[in-house]
Design a protein around this ligand. Structure first.
Ligand code: NAD
Length: 441
């Protein structure tokens, strides 16, 4: 395992990338949001200096035996961005285009998200550069166990607590918790969240991200002018995309377009999300639903330009950029994905008066229920689904209202208001150790 420089950042190859500069260094671009928020709060200069760089990032090469007897290695990272407010927390992503810059940025967002929800956590994240669809189930298990071996000294229930992210799931978290427990010689479920229920997972974790976004949308519906039935377009139909489609459809809203990595479908009269899921599971893509004539296939690139009221990006980062933000016709964007809008994309959306409910608020339900899982593991006492969901609702509605109010009071966009809340909480914790004024006095 080697320590890597925080300066050497590689480029990702994002979806919808307009040009290299807009998306190549996503951490610098993410930091601009914190700097924008800093103009609206009074904080010590030490604070931004501390939050500008990740605390530690480790890279490793995971070497595993493949089913055909050969050995292959995979590049992997874990980043602990900042732990002033508590142990770092954040998912592990398996993706063929994962990079260190992306991991550090996702860790930064986790730090902000945990502050927005006021959880006693800092931010962390991990990734393996791999296409998990090309591995057998046994190879995937060996890779997941190898990840824990490589980063065993970095993670821990009081230090850094991973969770699932894109293309990782509950079973993988179960393998990882098992591997960690065998390394420390005792069961240690609190080291990882998002585990299967029988291995210490929490009820309500699977749809927590979407449910959190749904609570925020509902509590602000009146302020957002969202009375009555709305038309919704969803980009990405995995965990986050499916559950938000299900929840909004159940309330009578019309899901008019859905995409995944292989294609997109649309029907202005509405799609049935459960039937779309069934078709995707059968045919490998949401486009299988169009075969019976119940929808037409559309170019996935045009999904964000769908004529609708609410657009939900629920795939990957950097999908709404300076190139395509001008084509958005929705009035509201609910960011379930992390970082789906670039800063230049944001500027265009603001000019068009489109309200963005930002990722660090809108998708924070996932980490909130992960926190509940960790609390339950440490207590050895497990809550009912109703308890989990009512506690989640309290947090999402409280922070959603607070952020909305700040955006109105300060006349700033909702994203900047969310960063104001995060920055104020981070600043209080950092300043509690003493500021320049305190020591120079
Ligand atoms: P997932 O792996 O379950 O699903 C991802 C979906 O996106 C898949 O349907 C995939 O086909 C689709 N996709 C990939 N590239 C696409 C493209 N170019 N266009 C359209 N669709 C595309 O992942 P998930 O857990 O649903 O996560 C989705 C996003 O939400 C990620 O940004 C993730 O970081 C974020 N998020 C997830 C959680 C969670 O608890 N699941 C929590 C917070 C944030």
């Amino acid at each position: 395992m080697s320590s890597v420089s925080t300066k050497a950042r590689s480029a990702i190859s994002p979806t919808g990338s307009p040009n290299h500069n807009e998306t190549a260094d996503i951490l610098s671009s993410a930091l601009t949001r914190l700097e924008a928020a800093a103009r609206h709060v009074s904080i010590d200069s030490d604070v931004l200096e501390k939050l500008r760089y990740p605390k530690e990032t480790l890279s490793a090469r995971l070497m595993i035996r493949m089913d055909d007897g050969s050995r292959r290695s995979f590049l992997a990272w874990r980043c602990r961005y900042d732990d002033t407010r508590g142990p770092t927390k954040g998912g592990i992503r398996y993706h063929p285009e994962a990079s260190m810059d992306e991991v550090q940025t996702l860790a930064f967002w986790m730090m902000c998200k945990c502050a927005v929800t006021n959880l006693p956590y800092g931010g962390g994240k991990g990734a393996v550069r791999v296409d998990p669809h090309k591995l057998s189930k046994a190879e995937l298990e060996r890779l997941s166990r190898a990840y824990v071996h490589a980063f065993a000294n970095m993670i821990g229930p009081d230090r850094d607590i991973p969770a699932p992210d894109v293309y990782t799931n509950a079973m993988i978290m179960g393998w990882m918790a098992d591997e960690y427990s065998s390394l420390v010689g005792a069961p240690c479920p609190a080291v990882i969240t998002g585990k299967p229920i029988t291995l210490g997972g929490s009820l309500g974790r699977d749809d927590a991200t979407s449910l959190g976004g749904y609570y925020v949308l509902n509590v602000l519906a009146k302020d957002l002018g969202l009375q009555g039935k709305q038309r919704v377009a969803i980009q990405g139909f995995g965990n986050a995309g499916w559950h938000i489609a299900r929840l909004l459809h159940a309330d009578g809203h019309k899901i008019v377009a859905i995409s995944d990595s292989r294609g997109a479908i649309a029907n202005p009269d509405g799609l049935d999300p459960a039937a779309v899921l069934e078709a995707k599971n059968r045919g490998g893509s949401v486009t299988a639903y169009a075969e019976g004539g119940k929808a037409k296939t559309i170019d996935p690139e045009t999904l964000i330009a769908t004529d609708c009221d609410i657009l939900v990006p629920a795939a990957l980062e950097n999908t709404i950029t300076s190139r395509n933000a001008g084509s958005v016709r929705a009035r509201i964007i609910l960011e379930l994905a992390n970082g789906p809008v670039t800063p230049s994309g944001d500027k265009i959306l603001q000019d068009k008066k489109i309200i963005v409910l930002p990722d660090i608020l809108a998708n924070a339900g996932g980490v909130t229920v992960s926190y509940f899982e960790w609390v339950q593991n440490r207590q050895g006492y497990y809550w009912s689904l109703e308890e989990v969901q009512s506690k989640l609702r309290v947090i999402m509605e409280r922070e959603g209202r607070l952020i909305w109010q700040i955006s109105r009071d300060k006349d700033i966009d909702v994203r900047t208001a969310a960063y104001v809340v995060a920055l104020e909480r981070l600043a209080k914790a950092i300043e509690a150790h003493g500021t320049q004024n305190y020591f120079a006095a």
